[in-house]
Ligand binder design. Structure first.
Ligand SMILES: NC(=O)c1ccc[n+]([C@@H]2O[C@H](COP(=O)([O-])OP(=O)(O)OC[C@H]3O[C@@H](n4cnc5c(N)ncnc54)[C@H](O)[C@@H]3O)[C@@H](O)[C@H]2O)c1
Length: 424
C-alpha cells in the first residue's frame, strides 16, 4: 500500500482556540490533499462546535468541507458532555488519528483513552504535567505500535531548524547564557482560559515557556537539571485567580542558564500580536557565538481600515511564518507556515507507519510499526514522549517551584528520572 492509498480519519478532541486557529484548518487542508478522510470534533458542550461550523473564515477557506460534531450543535448550550469523546473513540476504526486539544490537565486521560482505543495520537503541548505520565504513554504506545507526537510547532520554524543544524556543526560554540520570552495577549484573559488557567492547574511558564525550553533542547541537546519559577498572581474577569505572569530560570547539564519570561498581558492595542523571541549566547575557543531570534516582528506590517487585527488593533506586525491562510491553485485558501507543517508532519508520519506495515501479518506488522516509530524517536525532529520527555520533567519541576514561590526544583536523572525541591 502506498501513502497515497492510506487515508486517516481524524478525531479532534477539544473545540477551542487552538482547534479554530490551527488544527481544524490544517486537517481540512490535509483532507483535500488526500491525507485525511472523515473528520470529527468533540468538545465539552455544543457552543464551540457551533462556532467552528459557523465560522465565516473557515467556510471561505474550505468551501464545502465540514466535520461531525460531538455533541451535536443542536444540544442545549449548558449541557456538558465530558465523556462523549470516549464514545467517539470507541467507534473509531483502528489506528486512525486522534488530535488532543483540551486544557493541559486533561491531556493524560484523553491520550490514554485514545491509545486504549488503538489510535495514533497528536497532542498539543505540553504532553502531560508529570514525567511519570509521559513514561506510561510512551510504554503503552510502543506496546501497541502507535505513534504519539507532541505538537511543538516552533521546531518546524525555519530559524529553529537552521539553528539546530548549525549548532550541531559546532558553528556557534556551546550554549552558556540566554533569555526567552513569550507574552500572550491581554484579551486571552477574557477567553475560556479563565475557567482553567488557575493557579492550582497551570501558569504562563508551563503554558508557553515550555515552547522555548523545548526549543533550546531541540537546538542544543542539553538536558535541563534545575528550574526556578516565580509567578505574579492576578484575577481573571470571572474572579478566578491565576498566575498571569511568570519568570523562570533553567539550569542545564553544562552549567548554562536560560531565563524565561511569560505572561498573559501583551497590550491588545499594541502591534504584537504577542511578544516573543530567543537569545542564546554560546562559548567557543577564542570567540563567543550567538543565536538571536526576533519571533515577534518578522518584518511584515499591516494597517487595516477596520480594527480587524489581533486584539482589535489596526496596525499589526504580521507573522507570515507561523500560520496564514493564503490563496493557492485550488479553491478557497490554504494554510501556510510552520504551524501547518508541524501538524502535517505528524499526520504524515502516522500514515507512513501505517503504510509501512500494511499487508503484513499482525505480529510482523506490529514489529514493523515499532521500528518505524523508534526511528522517528531517534531522528529527534518530531517531538515524541521518548525524545522530548525532558519537557515533562521541566514542567513538573516548574509547577513544584512556582507553588513554592520560586524555590529551585532539581531534575535528577537516572533509571527513573524525578524532580525534587532543593534541600536548604
Ligand atoms: N501554541 C500552542 O502550541 C498552543 C496554543 C494554544 C493552546 N495550546 C494548547 O491547546 C490546549 C487547548 O487550548 P485552547 O487554547 O484551545 O483552549 P480553549 O479553552 O479555547 O479550548 C479548550 C477546549 O477543550 C474542550 N474540552 C474540555 N474538556 C473536554 C472534554 N472532556 N471533552 C471534549 N472536549 C473538552 C472545551 O470544550 C474547549 O473547546 C491546551 O493544552 C493549550 O496548552 C497550544
Amino acid at each position: 500500500m502506498t501513502p497515497e492509498q492510506t487515508v486517516l480519519d481524524v478525531v479532534i478532541v477539544g473545540g477551542g482556540m487552538i482547534t479554530n486557529d490551527l488544527l481544524l484548518p490544517s486537517v481540512y487542508h490535509l483532507q483535500r490533499t488526500g491525507v485525511v478522510g472523515r473528520i470529527a470534533v468533540c468538545a465539552l458542550n455544543a457552543p464551540p462546535l457551533k462556532a467552528l461550523k459557523e465560522s465565516a473564515e473557515l467556510a471561505a477557506a474550505f468551501p464545502g468541507q465540514t466535520f461531525d460534531a460531538y455533541p451535536a450543535v443542536s444540544e442545549p448550550a449548558a449541557k456538558l458532555h465530558p465523556d462523549i469523546y470516549k464514545q467517539v473513540l470507541a467507534r473509531a476504526r483502528p489506528r486512525q488519528a486522534v488530535i488532543v486539544a483540551v486544557p493541559d490537565q486533561f491531556h493524560f486521560d484523553v491520550v490514554m483513552e485514545a491509545l486504549r482505543c488503538d489510535q495514533h495520537v497528536l497532542c498539543v503541548k505540553p504532553l502531560v504535567l508529570k514525567h511519570a505520565q509521559s513514561v506510561i504513554i510512551e510504554k503503552l504506545a510502543l506496546e501497541r505500535g502507535l505513534f504519539v507526537g507532541v505538537e511543538y510547532h516552533k521546531r518546524f520554524d525555519r530559524r529553529s531548524l537552521m539553528a539546530k543544524r548549525q549548532y550541531g556543526l559546532g558553528q556557534f560554540g556551546a550554549f552558556v547564557m540566554g533569555e526567552a520570552k513569550l507574552i500572550e495577549p491581554y484579551y486571552y484573559r477574557h477567553s475560556n482560559f479563565q475557567n482553567w488557567f488557575t493557579t492550582d492547574k497551570t501558569d504562563p511558564f508551563v503554558y508557553v515557556g515550555c515552547h522555548y525550553v523545548d526549543l533550546v533542547y531541540f537546538i542544543t541537546g542539553l538536558k535541563p537539571t534545575g528550574v526556578s519559577v516565580s509567578g505574579v498572581k492576578g484575577r481573571f474577569p470571572n474572579g478566578n485567580e491565576g498566575y498571569l505572569w511568570s519568570n523562570g530560570r533553567v539550569r542545564y547539564e553544562n552549567g548554562a542558564l536560560l531565563s524565561v519570561t511569560d505572561g498573559l498581558g501583551y497590550p491588545d492595542d499594541a502591534a504584537g500580536s504577542n511578544d516573543q523571541g530567543l537569545l542564546m549566547y554560546c562559548e567557543g575557543p577564542g570567540h563567543c557565538g550567538m543565536i538571536q531570534h526576533d519571533d515577534q516582528d518578522r518584518g511584515v506590517r499591516h494597517c487595516y481600515l477596520d480594527p480587524i487585527g489581533c486584539g482589535g488593533s489596526r496596525y499589526n506586525y504580521v507573522s507570515p511564518d507561523f500560520y496564514r491562510l493564503v490563496p493557492w491553485e485550488g479553491t478557497g485558501y490554504k494554510p501556510a507556515g510552520y504551524g501547518y507543517e508541524s501538524v502535517a508532519a505528524s499526520l504524515e508520519t502516522m500514515r507512513r507507519v501505517e503504510c509501512g506495515s500494511a499487508g503484513l501479518g499482525a505480529a510482523e506488522a506490529l514489529a514493523r510499526r515499532r521500528k518505524l516509530i523508534q526511528a522517528v524517536d531517534a531522528a529527534g525532529i518530531l517531538a515524541t514522549p521518548a525524545n522530548s520527555s525532558i519537557n515533562e520533567l521541566v514542567v513538573e519541576a516548574a509547577r513544584m517551584s512556582i507553588l513554592a514561590d520560586g524555590e529551585w526544583a532539581e531534575i535528577i536523572y537516572g533509571e527513573s528520572p524525578r524532580v525534587a525541591l532543593r534541600k536548604r
